[in-house]
Design a protein around this ligand. Structure first.
Ligand SMILES: Cc1ncc(COP(=O)(O)O)c(C=O)c1O
Length: 385
């Protein structure tokens, strides 16, 4: 299988991640903190070390502010529902994944909040338009860092100070950027940072993270056991336990921490560059092919992650879903077609409801993989276009 669906989840993982998962599962997989014996203490130490690793990697305020979640969706829900109050105004954008859009639209529909959705231009948000949309009631600005359909990286360094000046909170969905675009929490004033562990940080599925900065007070999310202080009648106030209840995915977190260490040992820019260089070949093919294929959004290699959406020449003849099925069945190539859980940007692009064909290479893909993809697409459409 030629796997070009890393924007959904990364595959394969770096070898040290597999080794850590195997070793941890065989020797250390106890319930962290719960039972005080050596294995439980070791498992707890793994969680602590993972928080330290994340704090160092993203230059956060302190390790306790890193909350482990089920996935990025869980982290985003925790953040949005944990800080927004009735009567608040929230700003988001048309680039968002449903894990941001759906909770916000549900709150808007229930009459709880008012919502402004900024329009992107060729895949990019304009900080001046954000500034103009802020009102005295704006509590939260919830934006993606890198758009999952288009791969375009938003100017978060310009956006964050605008939100801070307005005394609102900034939630950044870093699902497509964490691990491939540098994020320095001390330089960029982000209050809440959500990301999955299973994409460009190379942990397994079932892992996600929410960073809670000191300006954000997030309501208790799920209540239950935290492994310590069982006397307390309600969830403890202090982080991370305030937001973590129940047995955590300590195996997954061990793998995630190894993934972060692996990324930290590379240059982030080199990984992003490798993926963008592979996509440049796809863009060149689109531009040279003359059959009417298009690239969605503005292609700017310097501000792009390794995800690119292609619009087929004629969706009636070649629906993107059929192309993806054909690539899988006849050529052993995995890509993702459709709306990618982000319907608003497809409406803006005019690709709703058919969607696009998204190609997302990872660090282990080669230029041969891309040539195979382009050969297959050429063969599948030959004679009809
Ligand atoms: C931009 C963006 N946000 C959120 C998510 C949700 O991530 P998860 O599947 O880990 O919940 C995704 C997943 O593809 C995404 O691309």
């Amino acid at each position: 299988m030629i796997y070009l669906d890393n924007a959904a989840t990364s595959f394969p993982k770096p070898e040290p991640v597999y080794q850590t998962l195997d070793r941890f599962a065989r020797t250390q997989l106890a319930n962290p903190g719960r039972s005080g014996h050596r294995m439980a203490t070791e498992a707890e130490r793994t969680l602590d070390q993972a928080r330290h690793t994340l704090n160092q990697f993203f230059n956060g305020e302190e390790p306790e502010r890193w909350i482990f979640t089920l996935n990025c969706t869980d982290a985003l829900n925790m953040a949005i529902k944990g800080v927004v109050n009735p009567g608040d105004h929230v700003i988001t954008s048309d680039l968002e994944h449903n894990s941001v859009s759906r909770p916000l639209v549900a709150m808007e529909r229930s009459g709880m909040i008012s919502l402004t959705r900024l329009s992107s231009h060729d895949g990019y948000l304009d900080p001046d338009e954000l500034r103009a949309a802020i009102t005295p009631r704006t509590k939260l600005v919830a934006l993606t860092h890198a758009a999952n359909v288009l791969g375009t990286v938003q100017p978060i360094e310009l956006i964050a100070p605008v939100v801070r000046e307005a005394n609102a909170l900034l939630l950044v969905d870093a699902a497509q950027s964490a691990g491939v675009v540098p994020i320095d929490l001390r330089k960029t004033p982000i209050d809440l940072l959500a990301f999955p562990g299973h994409k460009a940080l190379y942990g397994p599925t079932g892992t996600g993270v929410l960073y809670v900065g000191s300006r954000a007070s997030v309501r208790v999310w799920r209540e239950g056991g935290t492994g310590g202080d069982s006397k307390h009648p309600v969830q403890p106030e202090e982080l991370p336990y305030r937001l973590e209840g129940g047995t955590p995915n300590v195996l997954g977190i061990a793998g995630l921490a190894e993934g972060v260490r692996w990324v930290a040992g590379q240059t982030i820019e080199a990984n992003r560059r490798h993926e963008v260089d592979l996509l440049q070949r796809v863009v060149d093919w689109v531009e040279g092919n003359g059959d009417g294929w298009r690239v969605a959004g503005r292609w700017e290699p310097a501000t792009h992650v390794g995800a690119l959406s292609l619009i087929p020449p004629d969706q009636d003849v070649f629906p993107s879903q059929d192309l993806a099925l054909g690539l899988d069945a006849s050529h052993g190539i995995a890509v993702r077609a459709g709306l990618h859980c982000a319907p608003y940007i497809h409406r803006a692009l005019g690709t709703y409801p058919d969607g696009t064909l998204r190609v997302s290479p990872g660090p282990f893909n080669t230029s041969e993989d891309i040539e195979m993809l382009l050969k297959a697409l050429t063969e599948m459409t030959a004679g009809v276009l």
